[in-house]
Design a protein around this ligand. Structure first.
Ligand code: SF4
Length: 337
């Protein structure tokens, strides 16, 4: 027997002699002797599950909050994803709508061919507007400010007046001194003689003098740079204001529709339904004509109206558009052969 077994045997006999039993001893006896098995089983208490009361600490609260936040942020992320999906759907829909809008936007049939034909007919620039239009009426040596003033005066004179007559009147005015301070100081009858025989010359004397006074008082002798302000000047309407923005300031603010443009657009059916005024025609035209063409369309159509698509007896037989023009096919008998 080895030394370890001897010590265990001594411990057991000492326990038997004293009659004391400890749980630890019993436990240990179970492993060493079956003698105490029955006693130990009866002495063992049935264990009840221990309920651990746990006091929430700050860390726990923070963890819970983090979990809550995480849950919320997941929810938010979900919502954001959903929102993005909705946005994407909306973007797709709006692209669709834009496409539909572009597709549905009314445009006159063959308008590009018609315009190309007009450009072809106008390529030699032989119309009065090409050599005597308002853009040709200013004094070549005028300062930029005086160039703008003279452009405005030429436009005011050109209303209801042939280009040749306007051009001649502007030549006389430029020689006399076409600047606002000189015009304001000029007696009405002298100014009348200078601009006669432009259409409505008496009225235009008043318009030009009042406008010149306003320009001196309000714009330091220059002209305003917006359509709205230009239209506030006596004798200046939207057509003149848009043309003035282009000629004087080099800006395209809208299409200048005069009697030629108004008539030709109606003949070509470049308006959805016949229009009664140039202003109505301008609205129609600006609705569909691509903006890059706005600056040239007035000049093209005015010259075309002066040479070919005349107010009375248009020269349809000479026109490159005669086979596709709605007016020519309807009113062939009225046209000049
Ligand atoms: S065919 Fe006649 S009406 Fe038509 S654009 Fe030409 S000239 Fe004008």
């Amino acid at each position: 027997m080895n030394k370890r077994l001897k010590l265990a045997g001594l411990a057991a006999s000492r326990t038997l002699r004293s009659g004391k039993t400890t749980l630890v001893d019993a436990d240990s006896s179970e492993k060493t002797s079956p003698y105490f098995a029955g006693e130990k089983r009866s002495a063992r208490k049935k264990r009840t599950p221990i309920k651990i009361e746990h006091e929430a600490t700050k860390d726990d609260e923070m963890n819970a909050k983090e979990r809550e936040d995480a849950a919320v942020s997941t929810d938010v992320a979900d919502v954001k994803v959903e929102e993005r999906e909705v946005e994407n759907k909306n973007a797709e829909q709006s692209t669709d709508l834009k496409d539909i809008k572009d597709e549905e936007r009314w445009m006159p049939p063959n308008w590009e061919t018609v315009l190309e034909n007009i450009k072809e007919m106008r390529k030699d620039e032989t119309a009065p507007v090409d050599t005597m239009g308002c853009h040709k009426c200013t004094d070549r040596n005028a300062s930029p400010t005086m160039f703008r003033y003279q452009s405005l005066v030429a436009l005011m004179l050109s209303s209801q007046t042939k280009d040749q007559v306007t051009f001649a009147a502007m030549q006389r005015l430029n020689t006399y001194g076409c600047q606002p301070d000189i015009i304001v100081a000029t007696p009405d009858d002298v100014l009348g003689k200078l601009i006669h025989p432009v259409g409505f010359w008496k009225k235009k004397v008043q318009y030009i003098k009042r406008t010149s006074t306003i320009l001196l008082d309000k714009y330091d002798g220059d002209i305003p740079k917006t359509v709205k302000e230009l239209c506030e000047l006596p004798g200046v309407g939207p057509k003149m204001a848009h043309l003035c923005m282009r000629v004087a300031w080099g800006e395209v603010s809208g299409i200048g529709v005069d009697t030629h443009v108004h008539r030709i657009c109606n003949r070509l059916k470049w308006v959805r339904k016949p229009t009664k005024t140039p202003e109505e025609t301008r609205n129609e035209l600006e609705d569909w004509l691509p903006k890059p063409l706005w600056s040239e369309v007035n000049h093209l159509l005015v010259g075309f109206g002066q040479e070919t698509c005349l107010p009375r007896f248009p020269k349809c037989s000479e026109c490159l558009n005669k086979d596709i023009c709605p007016y020519a096919s309807k009113s062939g008998e009225k046209t000049k052969k």
